[in-house]
Design a protein around this ligand. Structure first.
Ligand code: ADP
Length: 494
């Protein structure tokens, strides 16, 4: 769909602009926020010049806003009527990364940071267009624009239409799918009005999905020069009916430009040796000696029976149906025995929050349901648990299993998306593997995986300890993945 331009990239270091709706530590609701933080940092280490463009949400904590400086402002037209809106640029440089926050109180004063699609669609139409406009305003033309999820999906479309003949039009675009479930779907009239884009884009090859609705992600995927997603398995899965969320045919059509690159984690933040939030920090050499101290501290903090011989299973997750919580619910009572404790940290759908609170009341001292978002407790759970459950229905990449491995906590996962690509099933005959896995989305298979894990933990500690060490040795950093992104960007730069 996107017309290939015969333009060679500018000489000098590769320049990449990242555009997305969230970024740790300013604002984060999930894995997207982690990637927007860690990938730019990893690319800088490989000699790339990076700018990250984000909305200046009201909900960004003041301690970050106080460090921003004003870089300029202008008015920009948007909508079919050509209404004009203020675009302010607030800038902050942290660890060599330049962050440009787009300031506009009409769009970014609400939400945490999301509100609901009716309001979010105008918000991200404005954001996508303003992101390109500020690159021109700052006279900083990147070789590649790396766009993330549906909120930035209009960028490739604007780039090849309204901005094609402007300086930033020399850039190429990559659109990364972190989670295909969220797509930015609304009425054709609503999207037409807010984007102000020409009628021909509202036909089936681009935005249109049925007689009345348009899909922002779909249009972006059509216009991006390349599409990436966050694991090789998810790249295959989304071309199928089950995982494709209605876009499988579209993605299959564009498969030549689709590639899976697995996420890493920030190994400075997630470093069990230097982690100040841990009661007993540890590395590979003393994990076996120190983990029990972290486990006891966790049990104490959460009101569980303090006993280091228990098999402690953690779950750190958004509580939504994506995360396989129905399976956990189905087997919860069968999973529990006197040797087992379960710690849940998460927020989300009421029915899951209530179910886990109920289990806490049924198993006092054995189950803790901590229904909150709490970074510091997350660190302590990764360190103090023996195993971490990730039985997702679908999982584009998944970060929690990577963090768990880095902390010597054994993942128990369903073989889907990035979970399949990063967790190798333990093989009791060869002694290989770094976790316990199951394939089909069936509760009894999850139960079996938990029981297999517990059995090894309780009765074959030497094998368990070997898995823990293999997990800690596994390279889960961004370096390799960042090199793959760089390779892709260099191909595009030409
Ligand atoms: P997703 O992006 O689908 O939510 P990921 O596994 O990719 O899932 O990323 C989840 C990230 O959010 C991890 O860094 C995890 O530690 C963190 N997280 C999830 N829920 C909580 C919570 N309740 N408290 C603290 N951190 C959380």
């Amino acid at each position: 769909m996107s017309e290939q331009k015969d333009l060679k990239g500018t000489p000098g270091p590769m320049k990449v602009a990242f555009i997305g709706s969230e970024c740790y530590p300013f604002i984060k609701t999930g894995g997207l926020g982690d990637v927007m933080y860690a990938l730019p940092k990893a690319l800088i280490r490989q000699g790339v010049e990076v700018r990250v463009i984000l909305p200046c949400y009201r909900c960004i904590p003041d301690r970050f806003k106080e460090k921003m400086t004003f870089r300029g402002s202008f008015m920009m037209d948007l909508t079919l009527e050509g209404r004009t809106f203020y675009v302010g640029i607030m800038e902050s440089v942290v660890d060599g990364v330049t962050y440009d926050f787009i300031d506009n109180r009409e769009f970014f004063d609400w939400g945490n940071p999301y509100t609901g699609l009716w309001e979010d669609i105008p918000k991200y139409c404005y954001f996508s267009k303003a992101s390109l406009a500020i690159l021109n305003y700052l006279n900083w033309v990147p070789d590649v624009i790396s766009c993330h999820d549906w909120q930035a999906a209009l960028v490739p479309v604007y780039l090849r239409t309204r901005f094609d003949l402007t300086p930033v039009g020399a850039a190429r675009s990559v659109l990364t799918i972190h989670n295909l479930r969220f797509q930015g779907i609304c009425s054709i009239a609503h999207l037409k009005y807010w984007t102000g884009l020409p009628d021909f884009l509202f036909d089936y090859p681009v935005f249109k999905i049925n007689d009345s609705e348009a899909n922002m992600f779909k249009g972006g995927l059509a216009y991006a020069d390349r599409i990436t997603t966050v694991s090789a398995t998810y790249a295959e899965e989304i071309q199928t009916d089950f995982y494709g969320e209605g876009l499988n045919g579209h993605l299959w059509y564009h498969r030549e430009k689709l590639k899976g690159i697995v996420n890493g984690i920030d190994v400075d933040i997630w470093n069990s040796r230097t982690d100040k939030l841990l009661p007993a920090p540890y590395g590979e050499e003393d994990v076996l000696a120190q983990k029990p101290a972290n486990k006891r501290a966790l049990q104490e903090r959460l009101g569980l029976a303090v006993d280091e011989s228990k098999f402690v299973v953690g779950l750190i997750s958004r509580l939504t149906d994506q995360k396989g919580l129905d399976l956990i619910n189905t087997i919860f009572t069968q999973m529990m025995d006197d040797d087992t404790q379960v710690v849940i940290l998460g927020t989300g759908d009421q029915r899951y929050e209530d179910a886990f609170r109920y289990y806490e009341s049924v198993y006092p001292g054995q189950v803790c349901a901590y229904i909150k978002y709490d970074e510091s407790l997350a660190h302590q759970i990764y360190a103090g648990s023996d195993a971490l459950l990730v039985p997702s229905l679908f999982e584009p990449c998944g970060l929690t299993q990577l963090i768990a491995m880095r902390y010597g906590t054994v993942p128990i996962v369903r073989e889907t998306g990035g979970l399949k690509d990063t967790v190798e099933p333990f093989n009791e005959y060869t002694g290989e593997g770094n976790g316990f896995t199951f394939d089909q989305y069936r509760a009894e298979l999850l139960l079996d995986a938990v029981r297999r894990g517990r059995e090894v933990y309780l009765n074959d500690r030497a094998s368990w300890d070997a898995i823990v060490l293999r997990d800690m040795e596994k390279d889960v950093s961004w370096e390799r993945s960042a090199s793959l992104y760089l390779e892709l960007f260099e191909e595009l730069k030409g």
